[in-house]
Design a protein around this ligand. Structure first.
Ligand SMILES: *Cc1c(COP(=O)(O)O)cnc(C)c1O
Ligand SMILES: [Zn+2]
Length: 421
């Protein structure tokens, strides 16, 4: 195995050190493994000043990621806009509202590009030639795109009933797609067996500790885009519950490294009511979450038995935050609201965070003067089936001015006449 003094896998429960290996849980206590860093030595090799002049994408934080020493930086990944909200902020009565827009993440238009980027670096280190994943859609897109670019064979496993656009967005890159008759949780269990049987790098199974570190860059970028400060609140969508815990890890690391001032950040988790094991546990103050059978249009978040659920619940509680969930009609309304006010077309997961943010404001949990960041994690072009019925095609007219005038009169009555020169 490669060795690198600055990081290695450590058990989150018993603390046993595992070095750098392709496994995701501790054999002794069956708890998840996590990448642990030697921050004292990191402090000596990297600083905020060193970042100046590097391109704005996730590789600018390379030293803070579990990359092999001989890692050659591939194409740009991440580096997405932090959009300062004006219209929606005004509508909601907030002074400092931002949308972190991973709907335009490069190359496959979701934040999953970030996790796949660090996972494929690990796949190369462990000499896997085939990579894959269990996916609710976006992860398969990201694996297929980056595997194609970097020369891996890709084999992805998905629930058979995923959105057509998400399946097409995987197929186009030449990946092998295995459709499974069963929900994500069944697909994931199969993948654990596949990883045992085949010498494959399944990014969110046997490469999971390296995979999940990629999510930290969503948090690093937010802090840097806020001028190296932390927000008061962050609203994050939750599927397996990994992203929310990794943004927290990113913020803690920036404080440890002295790159930002320490500040309490409230973490707010967002789910769809049709699959809300984590938000349910927070709201009902349960000691452990109860697995659910997903039934929601937010398929990218439809994980009924979230691997990092307990950690997400703790992170939310310890931060003084909260969790909420929204119904399918509320998700659709929020997708439209964000598009109409900020010009951002998000997928259903972004409808979940936007809708939940609105609820949290109404509950008084988010205050007007505070700096609030809302994570938008995927692109609306991938889930058009969720909203297409909202926008029936209008009638077509003849290419003549009279036809257009008749069209306006029929719809607007006298206002059309008054608009004429
Ligand atoms: C996977 C995914 C998430 C949540 O990720 P977890 O780390 O599993 O909680 C959020 N948004 C989108 C669009 C996703 O695809
Ligand atoms: Zn252990």
């Amino acid at each position: 195995m490669c060795s690198n003094a600055s990081y290695e896998l450590r058990c989150r429960e018993c603390g046993k050190i595992w070095g750098n290996v392709s496994r995701s849980f501790c054999e002794d206590c069956f708890s998840p493994l996590e990448v642990a860093y030697d921050y004292a030595s990191l402090k000596k090799i990297v600083s905020r000043e060193k970042l100046v002049g590097r391109a704005f994408n996730m590789w600018r934080y390379s030293e803070l990621l579990p990359l092999p020493e001989d890692f050659g930086v591939p194409n740009a990944v991440g580096g997405t806009p932090l959009v300062a909200s004006h219209k929606l902020a005004c509508k909601w009565g907030l002074k400092n509202l931002y949308f972190k827009n991973d709907a335009v993440c490069f190359p496959s238009l979701s934040f999953k590009d970030r996790v796949v980027a660090t996972a494929l670096a690990a796949a190369r280190r462990f000499n896997f030639t085939t990579v894959g994943c269990s996916s609710t859609g976006n992860l398969a897109n990201a694996v297929a795109a980056q595997a194609a670019q970097q020369g891996f064979d890709a084999c992805v496993f998905i629930p058979a009933d995923l959105e057509p656009a998400k399946v097409l967005n995987t197929a186009v890159y030449g990946a092998r797609i295995v459709r499974i008759n069963g929900n994500y949780d069944r697909v994931n269990r199969l993948c654990a067996q596949v990883a045992d049987r085949f010498q494959w790098g399944l990014v969110n199974v046997n490469l999971r500790p390296y995979y999940s570190e990629g999510s930290k860059t969503h948090g690093y970028e937010i802090a840097e885009q806020l001028g190296w400060t932390l927000p008061d609140n962050i609203v994050v969508p939750m599927a397996g519950g990994s992203l929310i815990t990794k943004i927290a890890k990113a913020f803690r690391e920036l404080v440890t490294l002295g790159w930002v001032e320490p500040k309490p950040v409230k973490f707010f988790g967002a789910q769809a009511t049709g699959c809300s094991p984590i938000s349910d546990a927070v709201k009902r103050n349960l000691a452990r979450f109860e697995p659910q059978k997903p039934n929601t249009i937010a398929r990218s978040l439809a994980i009924g038995n979230p691997a990092d659920g307990p950690f997400a619940v703790n992170q939310i509680r310890d931060s003084g935050g909260w969790a909420e969930d929204v119904s399918d009609p509320e998700i659709v309304a929020a997708i439209k609201l964000l598009a109409e006010t900020e010009g951002i077309f998000t997928e259903t997961a972004g409808g979940v965070t936007t809708g939940v943010t609105q609820k949290l404001i109404a509950q008084g949990r988010i205050q007007p003067q505070e700096t609030t960041v809302v994570s938008i994690t995927g692109n609306g072009l991938k889930t058009t089936d969720a909203i297409v019925s909202e926008f029936p095609a209008t009638e077509a007219i003849a290419p003549r001015l009279e036809a257009f005038e008749a069209y306006l009169d029929a719809r607007l009555g006298t206002t059309a006449a008054s608009a004429k020169a």
